[in-house]
Structure formats: structure tokens, C-alpha cells
Design a protein around this ligand. Structure first.
Ligand code: NDP
Ligand code: 8X3
Length: 257
């Protein structure tokens, strides 16, 4: 098992859900963290808590992954201990709506494509450049079962996660001679802010998603991410699909009698 002590880990979307859980899990292993997201206050609160609890270094950066120039200048501006990013966790993402394609709102499509595909590409391009020069690094993408299946109401979300799946595979080929590992962790239902965001703040609709079953938690996914990040040098975890025990596919969930 590889130690994460002193490693530099950049996590996108660290203000909530899976990204926040990953921040705590990496800090517990002694990693120094660059945590990013749009909500500045949340980043500050999480950073203070991590420093106090785990005595690690934490750099916060308010960053919208849709802003390519902001990402590029932030990564270029890094110096000292932060310059050499060992692990990038591409987690920032969202679903918008669950409507049939022909009844759906194209603004939500733009948001999902810009965040889940283009944002992930911008961050990956900016960070992997340095990893390739140093011949060292690990990119861990948070995909989804929506990258393996397609369901009604999910045309664009599923398309974005299929894209993450393809980008993961191509990147692994692109970096094969650069000692860079590339993994994807692809969850089923995880109870986070995801459904609240998907349903534009409708708490009732969001809660109904998890009714009568036990979903995964952000911590369950963080544990899987840590597993990927701590394998020995010669071992790469290509892909892990993690589901709640009560979920068999995107559309088959057992919710009791
Ligand atoms: P949350 O809504 O709880 O967290 C999403 C995170 O992404 C937040 O920290 C949010 O931060 C950040 N984010 C969203 N848009 C942007 C943006 N434009 N720029 C920067 N950060 C952004 O959801 P999850 O934790 O569940 O989602 C994390 C990832 O997991 C996503 O990629 C999602 O698709 C994936 N996933 C989730 C599943 C689930 O059932 N929950 C299942 C499978 C995959 P802020 O608002 O501060 O910017
Ligand atoms: C989010 C979970 O089931 O909508 O990736 O694909 S699902």
C-alpha cells in the first residue's frame, strides 16, 4: 500500500457531498489538500476544520470549473509545496432535471455539459501537463453508473458521464509512458446535495429519490477513492462501480414490500 502522507491532492467540488468526504478521507491519511469549489465560505469552514483535526496543509481556491482561463491561471500560479500535484480528483459535477429530452430545458443541458465534460477537461488538461513533465501522478475521476447505462430523463446527464468514461480511457492511453495512473470511480445512488441540485431545490422530490432504501454516503465513495489512491506503484485501478446493496441498475431499486 502506498502512503498518502505529504502528497498533494487537488479535489474539485470539495464544498459538499463526495468531494467534501474525499477531502476528509485524504486529510486523515496525511495528504496536503487543494480544495476548490464555487462556495468560498464552505471552503474556508472545511479548510479550518481539516487543519485543526488532521494538522495538514490546506489551500482553498474559489473556482468554477467552467472557467478555463481561471483554472489555467490558478494552476500556473501554484508554487512551493503546491506546485507538484500528485493526485487530481475530478469530482465537481451535477445533474439538472429528470425530464424527457423533448420536454427538457436546454439551459440545464449547457450547465451539465459545461461542468461535467468541459470543466473536467479544463482541469485535467491544466494539471496533467505538470504530471507528464514530472512523470508522476494519478487522476481519479468521479463518473457514475450513468456512464454505463442510459435512462429516461437522463439523456444529457448520461451523455456527460459516458463522456467521462471515454475521457478516462483515452487519458490512460495518452499517459501510459508518463507514469500517470488514471482511474474512475462510478457510483450509483449517493445521498448528497446532488438530488436537491438536480431538482432545483425541491426537497420533497430530492428526498423521494432515496425513499425506502439505504443509499450510499459520500464517505462510502471517499473510501473507494482512497483504495484507488493507495494501491502499490505497479497497480492501477481502472474502474470501480459502487452501488447501494438495494440498487441493481439505474432503474431497478428495491424499496421494500
Ligand atoms: P453535490 O451536489 O453534493 O456536490 C457537488 C460538488 O460539485 C459541490 O461541491 C459543488 O460545489 C461542485 N460543483 C458543482 N458545479 C461546479 C462548478 N461549476 N464549478 C466548481 N464546482 C462545482 O453532489 P455529489 O457529491 O453527489 O456529486 C459529486 C460528483 O459525483 C458529481 O460529478 C456527480 O455527477 C457524481 N455522482 C453523484 C452521484 C449521486 O448519486 N450523488 C452518483 C454518481 C455520480 P459548489 O456548489 O460550491 O461549486
Ligand atoms: C447520479 C446517479 O442514478 O442519476 O450519477 O445516475 S444516477
Amino acid at each position: 500500500m502506498e502512503s498518502l502522507n505529504g502528497k498533494v491532492v487537488l479535489i474539485t467540488g470539495a464544498t459538499a457531498g463526495i468531494g467534501k468526504s474525499c477531502s476528509y478521507a485524504f486529510a486523515e491519511e496525511g495528504a496536503n489538500l487543494i480544495i476548490t469549489g464555487r462556495r468560498h465560505q464552505k471552503l474556508i469552514e472545511i479548510s479550518n476544520d481539516l487543519k485543526t483535526k488532521f494538522n495538514v496543509k490546506v489551500l482553498t481556491q474559489e473556482l468554477d470549473v467552467r472557467n478555463r482561463t481561471a483554472i489555467e491561471s490558478f494552476i500556473e500560479s501554484l508554487d512551493g509545496v503546491w506546485k507538484n500535484i500528485d493526485i487530481l480528483v475530478n469530482n465537481a459535477g451535477l445533474g439538472r432535471g429528470l425530464n424527457r429530452l423533448y420536454k427538457d430545458n436546454p439551459e440545464g443541458w449547457e450547465e451539465m455539459i459545461d461542468t461535467n465534460i468541459k470543466g473536467l477537461l479544463y482541469m485535467t488538461g491544466a494539471v496533467v501537463k505538470g504530471m507528464a513533465e514530472r512523470k508522476s501522478g494519478h487522476v481519479i475521476n468521479i463518473g457514475s453508473i450513468a456512464g454505463h447505462e442510459a435512462y429516461s430523463g437522463g439523456a444529457v446527464y448520461c451523455a456527460t458521464k459516458h463522456a467521462v468514461n471515454a475521457i478516462t480511457k483515452s487519458l490512460r492511453l495518452d499517459t501510459l509512458d508518463k507514469n500517470i495512473k488514471v482511474s474512475t470511480v462510478d457510483p450509483g445512488m449517493v445521498e448528497t446535495e446532488f438530488s436537491k441540485v438536480r431538482f432545483y431545490g425541491d426537497e420533497e422530490k430530492a428526498n423521494n429519490v432515496y425513499k425506502g432504501m439505504t443509499p450510499l454516503t459520500g464517505d462510502d465513495i471517499a473510501e473507494t477513492v482512497i483504495f484507488c489512491a493507495t494501491r502499490p506503484k505497479h497497480v492501477n485501478i481502472n474502474e470501480i462501480i459502487v452501488m447501494p446493496s438495494a440498487q441493481a441498475s439505474a432503474f431497478f431499486t428495491y424499496r421494500g414490500e
